[in-house]
Design a protein around this ligand. Structure first.
Ligand SMILES: Cc1ncc(COP(=O)(O)O)c(C=O)c1O
Length: 304
């Protein structure tokens, strides 16, 4: 795996090979690590981290749900992230901040455990490779999305990804690119690591928070971009069959960025190609993250 030289770990820059944890790490055993996924893009003004503050806000909100006290302030982690980009001379990468308990004991109760924080720069291209233009084939999963009676779906917690992983494995083994999960009420929730949008009669439709989604930073960005283009977004429940008859559909996420969905359950969406509105929003999104539209500079945290 191609990697950057340094990882930020508990306040220090450590060599990639030295960024290790103990086998008794509590969060490894009990799935309670809290993390984020962020991207740094190369722009004409140098590297810029996309919506860093919003990602750090979500990190702290996730920790709050699990009553984990992060031993650094948001400002300290913001500065550490930017410094990490400099130390590694990063032009573009994926950034994975992670908060996890130490290995002081094996009991479930976290009392007496240390809280550790790492920020890892990762070499990362397009999540869906060449399909980010031509679109992906999705399958409704036999696994339902987690719901708030069981664990908080809004928290980006490692344990939640056991659910995502089951759905992803099933979809890929079945010959599809991605899974779409319904919630236990039967409405569309999201992909294994993405939010979902459909387009009908020129309007965007996306599931609400109560569908059990992770509130995506990219989802929020798309809604703002659409608003600026005078495209309305309706937030409401989406039944499975509405995906089939949508004019267009796409995934949003830090990893997936904006990726068209061209097929769901072997049914073509629209004419089976990236739709016109998807293309328009996708193009604007890349212009923004690559620093080519000054109106959205507030979303870019320039490293230098
Ligand atoms: C389960 C899940 N839903 C949605 C998203 C999209 O969130 P964002 O756009 O903030 O990356 C992600 C990715 O972080 C995710 O893992």
């Amino acid at each position: 795996m191609k990697h950057f030289q340094k990882i930020w770990m508990n306040g220090k820059f450590v060599k990639f090979a030295d960024a290790k944890i103990h086998i008794l790490c509590h969060s490894l055993h009990y799935g309670n690590a809290i993390f984020e996924g962020i991207r740094c893009y190369n722009t004409p003004k140098g590297p810029a981290v996309f919506r860093l503050r919003e990602h750090l806000n979500r990190l702290f909100n996730s920790a709050k749900a699990y009553q984990i006290e992060i031993p650094y302030s948001k400002e300290e982690l913001r500065k550490a992230t930017l410094e990490l980009m400099k130390v590694n001379k990063v032009k573009e990468c994926y950034i994975r901040p992670i908060v996890f308990y130490g290995a002081e004991h094996i009991g479930l109760e976290p009392e007496g455990l240390s809280v550790n924080v790492a920020i890892i720069p990762v070499v990362f291209g397009r999540y869906f490779k060449d399909k980010f233009e031509k679109g992906v084939r999705a399958k409704i999963s036999s696994w339902c999305r987690i719901n708030p009676l069981i664990v908080p779906p809004q928290a980006k917690c490692s344990g939640n990804y056991a659910n995502s992983l089951l759905a992803k494995i099933e979809a890929v083994k079945g010959g599809y690119d991605e899974a779409i999960m319904q919630n236990i009420s039967g409405y569309i929730a999201e992909g294994s690591g993405e939010n979902v949008f459909i387009v009908r009669q020129g309007k965007l439709i996306t599931p609400p928070v109560h569908a059990g989604i992770l509130i995506g930073v990219t989802r929020d960005s798309v809604m703002r971009i659409a608003k600026d283009m005078e495209i309305e977004t309706i937030i409401r429940d989406i039944p499975r069959e509405e995906l089939y008859i949508a004019d267009e559909a796409f995934f949003t996420g830090t990893a997936a960025e904006i990726t068209p969905i061209v097929e769901v359950d072997d049914r073509r969406i629209g004419d089976g190609r990236r739709g016109a509105i998807t293309e328009k929003i996708q193009k604007k999104f890349f212009e923004i993250v690559e620093g080519k539209d000054e109106r959205y500079y507030e979303w870019l945290e320039f490293v230098y």
